[in-house]
Design a protein around this ligand. Structure first.
Ligand code: ADP
Ligand code: MG
Length: 702
């Protein structure tokens, strides 16, 4: 009965009519009561704290003030008119301003009375004002029973805002739901687990996560919900692994043959690093047993993962199997193709490339040679997943930069063969080892923790915008020496609030500073057509242009060894791991490379730490550690690094302790069929079944 309560459609909630129902579904995927309960706020604002007018600074998200209202004034008429008022406290005064609902606001405000005002300060003509504040008379607020202390804030989309459902609108909907919840939320953890980890009940947690009365409430709710989330994911992952080990025989790569040996002995232009050798041994062992391999390969940018992948594919070839490598973008797929055909150019191994822009005619030829087994290695993008792509005997799937692919996509690939192929997932996102093992609960784990020798350390500098002319001078020198330069901007379109240098502005000023015919400049951004992007990338890769102005589309994997300078504009807007990824685009050839972080003077303390960290270290794991420390508690959004497991509340880095506990409990339950079948765990197993049934991602994984 209570199960049905959670599944009730949201139209049964007070204040949700057909129009709202539709838009909430569309924009946030909220269909049922359960969805609403699990749509968590991303922050809470302490409504017990008051600021003085004189304490207002730029970029404060919200302030709450107390003071007297005066000088109500309507300016203009009809559309475009506005209402202003002055709020005074003993430290100063600030303008309040309304563009909508003017008449109503004007009538309800009483000059001379004391008010509580809450809102986001904006800077206009060098003076602060507060547009559309929440405003309540002090006397009324004092007596009102429902004065919230920690106000929840929810993410909403632009469309929702336009339909008058902002964060406060969500608050109302959740409130309406809370009124009918009364013991209708069934517990899904056993008493034993609740006791052992001192977790509060599911219903209490869902109540407190939305409407806490103090920080302790938030903590308790988060603990419980994080445990729940991680526990069911672990249960699922471990169960899949057990089932797979039980069901799935893998193809055995039992020999190391001529292809591998010829490449290794005659064509490999350098010595493998110790770490590469170690990983190859691990993979050899795995793939030789006759069990299916599912392995995550982690290694910093430039550590030589692709080469390891290639050698595994040669191993597959030697054992009579085909292999494929799937990259997240067309640019990367092309690059892999070029790199790999170059490596193999003296060998007789047929390699193909399949992307969205492969011509129909070529496609047909590819499909044929795939099906008859002639083609040994296929490189491509998502296009590989299409049903028309059929292999003769696929033995190994390599997935590059896995966080861009969903589990469902992975699963589709390994269904392309009756015996599931071995899977090697490569990522350059540094994750601490213990975490990686649990995060990818069903994968084994290898790491390349060593860079190829002779690689010069990338020199990293931090400059302020006013030093731009110096930086331009430096760029000129590098280009004169035959080198190439990346300049990266955070965004393509100006966001309305952030004063970001727009990519296009940047492009124009770079063109002015580096005019034709001596220089040519490329531009690449996410909104370009794939073919245009590719064209520009290729021009840069071939050295036809010296400067590449780009957004973060170049973040992943692009390889132009002749590029030695990476300039990152508005570097303070990037997270550490992204900065690290971007920096990894240079330092790929023999020349000394540089990374220059450009920022304005105005930076948060955190921003400064990020710049300092980048300047001081190039170790991806150290950077990941600092990154983790910087993100303070209290922001629920977390890192969500995986993209594979779409976490709502848990954070895979910060919640390591909870993750370990959840994993331990999951293993206990799954390892022993008596425990699994014990009545005390019924609700857990039922919930697992329900979640596996509901989630398309999950049903595809095993
Ligand atoms: P990743 O995919 O890990 O970012 P790549 O496989 O693209 O790194 O390798 C980066 C560059 O280093 C490539 O040009 C590659 O040929 C080269 N490389 C790989 N392994 C070695 C090695 N052992 N010694 C020297 N260079 C290497
Ligand atoms: Mg790579």
């Amino acid at each position: 009965m209570s199960g049905r309560f959670l599944d009730s459609p949201i139209k049964y909630l007070k204040g949700v009519g057909p129009a709202r129902e539709k838009i909430l579904k569309q924009e946030l995927g909220l269909h049922s009561f359960e969805h609403v309960l699990y749509y968590f706020p991303f922050r809470y604002i302490d409504r017990t704290k008051f600021y003085k007018v004189s304490e207002i600074r730029e970029h404060m998200p919200f302030v709450q003030l107390k003071g007297k209202i005066s000088e109500l004034q309507t300016i203009g008429q009809g559309p475009g008119s506005r209402l202003t008022a002055i709020l005074r406290d003993d430290s100063g005064m600030i303008e309040l301003i309304w563009f909508r609902g003017i008449k109503w606001v004007k009538e309800s405000l009483k000059p001379g009375k004391e008010y509580i005002v809450f809102g986001r300060p904006a800077l206009f003509n060098r003076k602060f004002n507060i547009p559309h504040p929440d405003i309540e008379e002090l006397n009324i607020a004092k007596t009102s029973q429902v004065q919230v202390q920690l106000q929840p804030f929810y993410n909403v989309t632009e469309k929702l805002r336009k339909a008058n459902v902002d964060s406060k609108g969500i608050v109302k909907i959740v409130k309406a739901l809370m009124e009918v919840v009364n013991n209708n939320v069934p517990e899904n953890l056993s008493n034993e687990i609740l006791d052992r980890y001192k977790l509060i009940s599911r219903e209490d947690a869902l109540r407190y996560i939305h409407f806490p009365s103090n920080l302790k409430d938030i903590q308790a709710a988060q603990n419980r919900l994080k445990f729940e989330e991680l526990f069911f994911i672990q249960l699922h992952l471990i169960k899949s692994k057990l089932i797979r080990a039980y069901k799935n025989k893998g193809v055995a790569f039992s020999i190391v043959g001529d292809t591998f040996n010829e490449f290794y002995k005659q064509h490999l232009p350098f010595e493998l690093t110790g770490a590469q050798k170690k990983v190859l041994r691990e993979i050899r062992q795995d793939t030789g047993t006759g069990k299916q391999m599912n392995r995550l390969l982690q290694g910093d940018v430039g550590s030589g993962k692709t080469l390891v992948a290639l050698m595994c594919m040669l191993l597959a070839t030697d054992n009579g199997f085909q292999s494929c490598i799937m990259a997240p973008t067309e640019i990367l797929a092309n690059q892999h193709y070029e790199g790999i055909t170059e490596f193999l150019n003296k060998m007789n191994v047929k390699v193909g490339l399949l992307t969205g822009s492969t011509k129909k005619k070529d496609r047909k030829v590819l499909h044929e040679s795939l099906l008859n087994g002639e083609l040994k290695i296929l490189i491509g993008t998502h296009a590989l997943i299409e049903d028309t792509v059929q292999f003769n005997n696929l033995g190994l799937v390599v997935i590059d930069e896995q966080h861009r692919f969903g589990v469902a996509q992975r699963a589709k690939l390994w269904k392309k063969s009756t015996i599931p192929p071995h899977v090697l997932v490569m990522t350059a996102t540094p994750i601490p080892r213990t975490l990686a093992m649990t995060l990818y609960g069903d994968l084994d784990y290898s790491v390349i923790d060593e860079l190829p020798p002779g690689r010069k350390c990338i020199k990293t500098y931090h400059y302020f915008d006013k030093d731009r002319y110096k930086v331009f001078g430096f760029i000129k020198k590098q280009i004169d020496q035959g080198r190439q330069v990346y300049i990266v901007y955070p965004l393509i379109a100006e966001s309305e609030t952030l004063d970001l240098k727009d990519l296009n502005d940047g492009f124009e000023s770079i063109q002015r500073a580096f005019p034709k015919p001596n220089y040519s400049v490329s531009i690449v951004h996410g909104k370009m057509k794939a073919a245009d992007k590719d064209f520009e990338m290729q021009r840069f890769a071939k050295g036809e242009t010296q400067i590449m102005v780009a957004t973060t589309v170049i973040e992943v994997g692009v390889n132009v060894p002749n590029a030695t300078v990476m300039i990152i504009e508005n570097a303070e807007r990037f997270g550490l791991s992204q900065l690290h990824q971007l920096r990894g685009r240079v330092g790929r050839g023999g020349d000394q490379s540089y990374c220059i972080l450009m920022t304005s003077y105005k930076m948060t303390a955190e921003g400064k730490t990020r710049m300092k960290t980048m300047v001081n270290t190039s170790d991806g794991f150290k950077i990941a550690d600092v990154d983790l420390k910087l993100r303070g508690p209290g922001d629920l959004q977390g890192t969500q690094q995986s993209g594979v497991l779409d976490l709502k509340i848990a954070d895979l880095i910060k919640d390591e302790a909870i993750l370990k506990a959840a994993r331990k409990e999951a293993i206990t339950i799954l390892e022993d069929s008596e425990i699994y079948n014990a009545p005390k765990n019924n609700m857990i197993i039922r919930e697992l079944g329900r979640r596996e049934h509901k989630s398309t991602n999950w049903s595809d994984i095993s």
